[in-house]
Write a protein that binds this ligand. Structure first.
Ligand code: ACM
Length: 762
């Protein structure tokens, strides 16, 4: 990639302007995501009219011509004829180009696209799609001409696996939504669609040999997650259960649905036209309650319920289990021609296996030493079956625990087991990175999500260059327990997927500012595609504010054409709510709810902003030395309020709010205590990021409450302080699985900064 970039620089001297990855950082009018490896801007435009021809003398790329012509037809109202003409779009075969790579040259006279493969040619068509006008259709009818800016692009992906996953079990999604999902993936050059078809909450694929799987397993009475969604729907209609998936049967209301084999075959063929491979997942031996309900003989003891953490699995010690599993995968392989089949293998409650006489006998017979080994025996045996049918197996990373064959592909998800992908890579397995943080797109998005996804490095630091070749790419997962509607799924996926798409295609994270600018250009495109994306965040919101006599609220709009509307009566802002003035003076306590609205009425996230009146806290006098006293507790706490019931294991002096390397218990708590010596009188804002929880008190006032067990999240709050020493307490708990602790401040609305260590005293 870097070499191509330099060639671009050499070629362009005196001809145009080079827009490589680095110069893209200055922003440009080429709103392409993912940004190409090298892009050179040229003078002028190529104009597509009815008389433009598509030249396919290479005799290949029939599908890509159809795809290109579909785009053009949307704009011009007619397809372009094939052949040679005064102005042509020529599709060339160039076997020297990498798989999925392409070259695109646009001059005022013609367009030339070269690729070695149909996939590469299709990725080029998607680049052209992003260069064409957003709507492709004017409101008043078709256009007479479409223009493409003159340029040279040389492009190829960094990672072969650029995946998206969708769980259609926890909530069912219509087949038409899966088509839309594929369209969006294609627009951003993603290429693997992992369809999580079965789970405890629903079986979604027709299996002809076992009809009860869908007759019974595809339908449920509402469960507690459905109820949680219904509760949330009161504030946000995106949480409403989709009525089109509700039926009445025998007087009962049932919810669910499934895809017929015919529907899925058509979907696979549709995805293939976009060069997207659909990878089916039939999750076993755990997550099988929907199947066990229909076929109870699948478990070791006939039970079908949740254990301590996970549901009871099918029994790996009965031959009937293998017969059932193989019969299912035989039909799955008929539907899905993908190279890979995903067997799941995650979150298995193995306790019942230990009680089973069949399992005891099998472990003895096969020399299996523990339950993890039994789990692996099941996966390894199924892998052999897959391989005998010419397929590769993918499993979630738990499957390596009891030993795994190096030919299986491992999908890493457990952020709290950072060594799992390292172990798998060193074992010779191929690895797909899908760590929950930041790639579980069912986790609520916030103002940091895009940054985190964009800067996610698929290569674990502990792998050397050679070992890193095991990492074939990455994928974002969308688990749908709390995603009951297509609108909510759109919102969770977009625009986060665009950040992942650029990271995986481009191979570096250097162009974030340019990416954000280009993303602004993509929103209109997403509007035209009817995508209910998450609107950009309103920047610099402080949620818990204080004032002494008055304060002024000023809000920056995330996009120029948005309107900020607000309420002060606790109700949710609507399209009809008052427009927030440029600056709003606050002189009494108030609770404000505000949101940005697009011109077409879409509402962004709702922000709650509280104002409390406070007097300035008087400074105290004390004999002090540098740093805070920090007590260290080696124990597990759910809440910071529980810490002081215990005695600290040790204490040390901390000059800043950083967890030192000596604090290395798997679960722990810290209490930083002393004074903060603030240099000026006024309103201080503190921003506390914690994983898990923390609280900050200054002058005995709660400033930030970020308590509880959770992943890294920032909370902020204000306090009115007189200049001088102010009592300071920060409590922090880490439940296990990796932590984060950061404290920043701003004064009277200044930019946020680190708290200087000279401010801390005890
Ligand atoms: C998973 O999230 N259980 C793979």
């Amino acid at each position: 990639m870097k070499i191509l970039k330099n060639i671009g620089v050499a070629l362009v001297i005196g001809l145009g302007c080079v827009l490589t990855n680095r110069s893209a950082a200055q922003g440009n009018s080429y709103n392409i995501i993912p940004y190409p490896s090298a892009l050179i801007a040229r003078q002028g435009v190529f104009t597509i009219t009815n008389s433009t021809r598509i030249d396919v003398s290479a005799g290949k790329f029939a599908n890509e011509v159809v795809q290109l012509n579909e785009l053009i037809q949307r704009g011009l109202g007619t397809k372009l004829k094939l052949g040679k003409g005064a102005k042509t779009i020529k599709l060339n075969l160039d076997a020297s180009l990498p798989a999925e790579g392409y070259k695109l040259t646009i001059t005022p006279l013609n367009v030339a696209i070269s690729a070695a493969t149909s996939a590469g040619m299709f990725r080029a068509v998607e680049t052209i799609r992003q260069l064409l006008p957003v709507g492709l259709q004017s409101k008043t009818g078709h256009l007479k001409a479409l223009t493409l800016p003159a340029l040279n692009i040389t492009d190829k992906p960094e990672y072969a696996w650029r995946g998206m996953h969708l769980d259609v079990s926890r909530h069912f999604f219509s087949i038409s939504y899966l088509h839309k999902f594929i369209d969006l993936m294609a627009l951003y050059k993603m290429n693997k669609f992992h369809l999580h078809l079965t789970d405890d909450q629903g079986w979604r694929v027709e299996i002809k040999k076992y009809p009860l799987l869908t007759q019974q397993g595809a339908w449920r009475t509402f469960n507690n997650q459905d109820s949680a969604c219904m509760k949330k729907a009161k504030d946000n209609p995106d949480f409403e259960i989709d009525k089109s998936h509700i039926i009445k049967r025998d007087g009962k209301t049932l919810y669910g649905g499934y895809y017929t084999q015919e529907q899925l075959k058509e979907l696979v063929a549709y995805a293939a036209t976009k060069h997207i491979e659909i990878i089916p997942e039939i999750d076993m031996p755990g997550h099988m309650m929907a199947a066990i309900t229909a076929y109870p003989y699948l478990t070791c003891n006939g039970e079908n319920k949740f254990g301590e953490l996970f549901s009871k699995p099918i029994c790996p010690c009965n031959e009937t289990t293998y017969e059932f599993a193989q019969n299912i995968f035989d039909e799955i392989m008929q539907i899905f021609p993908s190279q890979y089949i995903h067997i799941g293998g995650d979150e298995v409650d193995r306790t019942d296996w230990a009680k089973s006489a069949e399992c005891k006998a099998m472990m003895e017979r096969e020399g299996i030493k523990d339950l993890a080994g039994l789990h692996s025996y099941f996966i390894n045996r199924m892998e052999k079956y897959f391989n005998s049918k010419g397929k590769k197996l993918i499993g979630w990373d738990e499957v390596i625990e009891g030993g795994i064959s190096p030919t299986a592909t491992i999908m890493y998800w457990r952020t709290w087991v950072p060594d799992a992908p390292v172990k798998a890579a060193k074992n010779g397995n191929k690895v797909i990175m899908a760590p929950g943080e930041p790639l579980y797109f069912d986790n609520p998005a916030d103002q940091y999500s895009l940054y985190k996804v964009y800067h996610f490095n698929p290569i674990p630091a502990k792998l050397n260059k050679e070992e890193a070749k095991a990492i074939i790419g990455a994928q974002a997962n969308i688990w749908t327990e709390m995603i009951p509607s297509e609108r909510r799924a759109d919102y969770m996926m977009m625009p986060r997927m665009t950040a992942l798409a650029e990271r995986l295609w481009n191979g570096n994270a250097d162009n974030y500012d340019s990416y954000l600018k280009r993303l602004t250009g993509q929103y209109k495109r997403l509007d035209a595609l009817n995508v209910h994306y998450r609107l950009p965040d309103i920047p610099n919101i402080v949620n818990e504010n204080v004032f002494t006599d008055k304060a002024v609220l000023t809000i920056t709009k995330p996009l120029a054409d948005m309107t900020i509307r607000y309420t002060t009566d606790g109700s949710l802002p609507q399209n009809t709510s008052n427009v927030l003035p440029t600056s709003l003076t606050i002189n009494k306590p108030v609770n404000i709810k505000l949101a940005a609205f697009t011109p077409n009425g879409s509402r962004g996230d709702i922000y709650t902003i509280n104002y409390r009146q406070q007097s300035l806290a008087a400074a105290v006098s004390a004999q002090t030395t540098a740093g805070l006293k920090c007590d260290y507790y080696k124990a597990f706490f759910k809440q910071t309020s529980m810490i002081e019931a215990k005695k600290p294991d040790s204490s040390f002096i901390a000059n800043n709010i950083i967890v030192p390397a000596s604090v290395n218990a798997p679960s722990f708590a810290l209490i930083y205590k002393g004074y903060i010596d603030v240099p000026q009188t006024g309103i201080y804002t503190f921003y506390l990021t914690c994983d898990d929880g923390g609280i900050l008190k200054i002058a005995d006032r709660m400033v930030v409450d970020n308590d509880g067990l959770h992943s890294a999240q920032e909370r902020n709050g204000q306090v009115a302080l007189e200049k001088g020493l102010q009592p300071f307490v920060l409590k922090f708990i880490e439940g296990g699985g990796g932590f984060a602790l950061k404290l920043k401040y701003s004064f009277n609305g200044s930019a946020r900064a680190e708290v200087p260590s000279s401010w801390f005293k005890n």
